[in-house]
Design a protein around this ligand. Structure first.
Ligand code: ARG
Length: 445
């Protein structure tokens, strides 16, 4: 039997080593190098607290603190590696410490379990990344705003992907900005909800030592103090799920925007040109310019939903408290974070570099009776009840389709066949640009 504490944190009660396949299956080292820093950060706070409570002497506290700082520096400089030899990030750091400073390092894990430790690490990381994603959202919102201001062009708005009413390209882009602002708010809220420190929950039942949980919570920046319930503190993965759910909604928005970019840049719409840098060509068709950037964002959205679903499914049948299934929270989060980060960065560049084609937008406005609703509004202004006005304009549309004309191309005489209230001012009323100056529609300019 391998001696205990050279490759793992446990082993005293085992007669046999783990099967190599089992070790590989159990190790999280392939996927959690990003947890090394938060793990050391959590340990530094824990050690300071143990010193404060008298569970470590000043010399012990100093030795462990220094050892941890050296491990951090060596890790950052690439002098030590977190490899498969270690079961997980906690094992890596603790064994490095013991190797470095000897027996005193074995005191680090006093009044702590990997169950509270892994949740501290994840919360530190998830909180930070949620804020980072918030900053990327803000950058994209800024670019949407700038691109919107620079492109006040009139364009068709759609429902059911059928031409509906006149809007502006600017206003359309600003609709996405609103969605993204909500996404940022959701992430901020998730950070607020998760802001309690699991340290001290132990394996599931706290500890017999009189430790100071407020101390570690404060040192690590958990505004809500320590977790209220030990069992919940180690069983909870809501905070990962909530951010994954927020990521999923965010990706849904980015995917819808991607879909618009793909449609608008097609010859069928021809409303925008995407910058060459975010498109690719075809190996066989020389003329092709494909919107791959947008397609990849749309494509990765499904994966982020999958990450959320995978963790929801992993959690749904678990009794309290810790179960190893929960280790997978890291895979789900890392995969989703990667997709969200890349998608926000690419989307910001695609929006910042797209070129609008106002002429094509205006040409599309003129086909499809986009002022039909305003003809009805006109009739209402002249005293016709809206439902009757709707019917009148419906009949005008059939007439126009047969005559292959737009409503504004009809003569007053033709219009008078449908209602006696039409007057010459109808033509000003339903002019596409004039429509946008009326009532609350001015907000779209
Ligand atoms: N690597 C584990 C995780 O992240 C740490 C908790 C291990 N606890 C245990 N009882 N094996 O989930």
């Amino acid at each position: 039997m391998a001696d205990t504490y050279t490759t793992r944190l446990w082993g005293g009660r085992f007669r046999e080593d783990e099967d190599a396949l089992m070790h590989h299956f159990n190790s999280e080292c392939w996927r959690t190098e990003w947890l090394v820093e938060p793990d050391i950060e959590g340990s530094l706070a824990h050690v300071a607290m143990l010193g404060e409570c008298g569970l470590l002497t000043a010399a012990e506290e100093q030795a462990i603190t220094q050892g941890l700082q050296e491990i951090l520096a060596d890790y950052r400089a690439g002098r030590i590696a977190y490899t498969e030899e270690y079961e997980d990030v906690h094992t890596f750091v603790e064994l490095q410490l013991i190797r470095r400073i000897g027996d005193v390092g074995k005191k680090l894990h006093t009044a702590r379990s990997r169950n509270d430790q892994c949740n501290v690490d994840m919360k530190l990381y998830v909180k930070r990344q949620a804020k980072y994603i918030g900053s990327l959202i803000e950058a994209l919102c800024g670019t949407l705003q700038r691109t919107a201001e620079a492109n006040p062009w009139i364009m068709p708005g759609y429902t059911h992907l059928q031409r509906a009413q006149v809007v502006t390209f600017k206003y359309y882009l600003l609709a996405y900005r609103e969605m993204l602002l909500r996404d940022e708010k959701r992430l901020k809220n998730a950070v607020e909800v998760m802001d309690e420190c699991p340290l001290g929950c132990g394996a599931l039942a706290g500890t017999t030592h009189a430790i100071h949980r407020d101390f570690t919570a404060r040192a690590l920046g958990f505004a809500g103090g320590p977790c209220a319930n030990f069992i919940d503190g180690v069983s909870d993965r809501d905070f990962v799920l909530e951010v994954l759910a927020d990521f999923s909604i965010l990706m849904m928005h980015l995917s819808r925007l991607s879909e618009e970019l793909i449609l608008w840049s097609s010859a069928e719409f021809g409303f925008i040109v995407l910058d060459d840098r975010y498109t690719t060509g075809s190996s066989i068709m020389p003329q092709k310019k494909n919107p791959d950037g947008a397609e990849l964002v749309r494509g990765r959205t499904g994966r982020v939903y999958g990450d959320l679903l995978a963790l929801l499914c992993a959690m749904k049948g678990l009794p309290l408290a810790y179960n190893k299934d929960m280790q997978q929270d890291k895979d789900s989060f890392a995969d989703a974070l990667d997709a969200v980060t890349a998608s926000l960065l690419i989307m910001e560049r695609m929006i910042g570099t797209l070129r609008a084609k106002p002429k094509a937008m205006r040409a599309a406005v003129k086909r499809g009776f986009l002022n039909a609703t305003e003809v009805a509004d006109y009739l209402v202004a002249k005293g016709v009840p809206f439902r009757d006005a709707h019917g009148i304009v419906g009949r005008i549309v059939i007439y126009c389709e047969d005559a292959q004309k737009a409503i504004e191309e009809l003569s007053l005489e033709e219009l008078l066949q449908f209602s006696p209230v039409f007057e010459k001012d109808i033509f000003d009323y339903i002019d596409y640009d004039a429509i946008l100056q009326k009532g609350i529609k001015k907000e779209m300019l």
